[in-house]
Design a protein around this ligand. Structure first.
Ligand SMILES: Nc1nc2c(ncn2[C@@H]2O[C@H](COP(=O)(O)OP(=O)(O)O)[C@@H](O)[C@H]2O)c(=O)[nH]1
Ligand SMILES: [Mg+2]
Length: 326
């Protein structure tokens, strides 16, 4: 299925005079904001909080975000298009990692502002690699120092901020906690200093560039990443095989296929007496109901597909295609 049929409403709006109903003020601001940083610093959590809606999946495992995803915030004064990116990975040679690094790097082009997210008190080689990339970016860099809720003494942050000043060229550094929702309004205020004055770029009811089908697959993948041990998540992905509305029953019918790379992983995903996959299904269904606003019938399957993560053709057929990495 293509994006068009899934986003029927949005496409229709687009065809009939995109923004005619929007009362655009003369000093309206709109633009793109890339959210970059190494894996696990809280980029996706931050974007969801800035949007006030969960679009990008999160977990404490690297590789949770594999694709670039736009989250669009719109109100009467501004439209901010956040671009969440996979964290940049060092020293990984598999195709999936190359895909993720491309997706992250390409997000730096043609944006108005870059939010460089780091973790309070922690600067690693991977942060350093991101900082190197940013040297070539033309947009203003706002340094977001996330997870300050984990720092007991706030004065401990000062030497860290000082060190960052030597490493990165940024317009301002903002300590925040995406988790505790603190400091977020300051980020928005700062973004607005650099966002061009122009009419909205997307219709006001657009919240993402991604289809609901894609978001559904991501929700299932999030449950997979969160509920499994270290060995499985990197070798697992999710493909939506059926995604349709059953008029008679008044519910969405979704069939999701979980692909793993080895037989042993399949067993782990299913769990003892199917308990693991059942729990994942319950949690995924709950999020899907929130996403779709209607009843959902969800079925999950697991299949072994060897080496999909290092197979360019398999990657493409699973939706890891260049059109979303630029
Ligand atoms: N304590 C704390 N944890 C956070 C905060 N923001 C994100 N996290 C956690 O950090 C982990 C990684 O978050 P995620 O948004 O997936 O990171 P990403 O890989 O940079 O997108 C998750 O377990 C989040 O719950 C924060 O402000 N404070
Ligand atoms: Mg992420």
């Amino acid at each position: 299925m293509t994006q068009v049929s899934e986003q029927k409403d949005q496409t229709e709006t687009e065809n009939s005079e995109i923004l005619s109903e929007f009362p655009v003020l003369p000093d309206y601001q709109a633009g793109f904001v890339a959210v970059v940083g190494r894996p696990n610093v809280g980029k996706s959590t931050l974007m969801n909080e800035l949007l006030g809606q969960k679009l990008s999946i999160t977990s404490h495992k690297p590789q949770t975000t594999r694709h670039r995803i736009h989250g669009i915030y719109t109100d009467e004064q501004k439209q901010i298009v956040y671009v969440d990116t996979p964290g940049m990975h060092l020293g990984e040679k598999r195709s999936i990692n190359k895909y993720m690094n491309r997706a992250a790097s390409s997000a730096l082009v043609d944006v108005d502002v870059i939010l460089f997210v780091v973790e309070a008190g922690r600067w690693t080689q991977e942060d350093e690699a991101v900082a190197q990339k940013l040297k070539h970016a033309s947009a203003s860099v706002i340094l977001v120092v996330n997870k300050i809720d984990l720092i007991k003494k706030k004065t401990d942050l000062l030497p860290f901020l000082q060190k960052l000043g030597e490493k990165v060229e940024f317009v301002t550094a903002i300590p925040v906690s995406a988790y505790k929702k603190s400091g977020l309004d300051i980020i928005v205020e700062e973004i607005l200093k650099y966002l061009p004055k122009q009419p909205p770029l997307f219709p006001e009811d657009f919240v993402t560039d991604r289809s609901t089908r894609f978001l559904a697959a991501e929700i299932v993948r999030e449950k997979l990443m969160r509920s499994l041990g270290e060995e499985v998540p990197y070798g697992a992905t999710v493909e939506i095989e059926q995604f349709k509305y059953d008029e008679e029953e008044g519910r969405w019918v979704i069939h999701a296929l979980i692909l793993v790379e080895r037989q042993g992983q399949k067993q782990i995903v299913i769990g003892k007496k199917g308990e693991q996959i059942k729990q994942m299904g319950i949690q995924a269904r709950r999020d899907l109901i929130t996403l779709l606003g209607e009843r959902v019938h969800l079925e999950l399957w697991v299949k072994v597909k060897e080496n999909w993560s290092d197979d360019e053709r398999a990657l493409a057929s699973l939706g890891y295609t260049e059109d979303h990495t630029g």
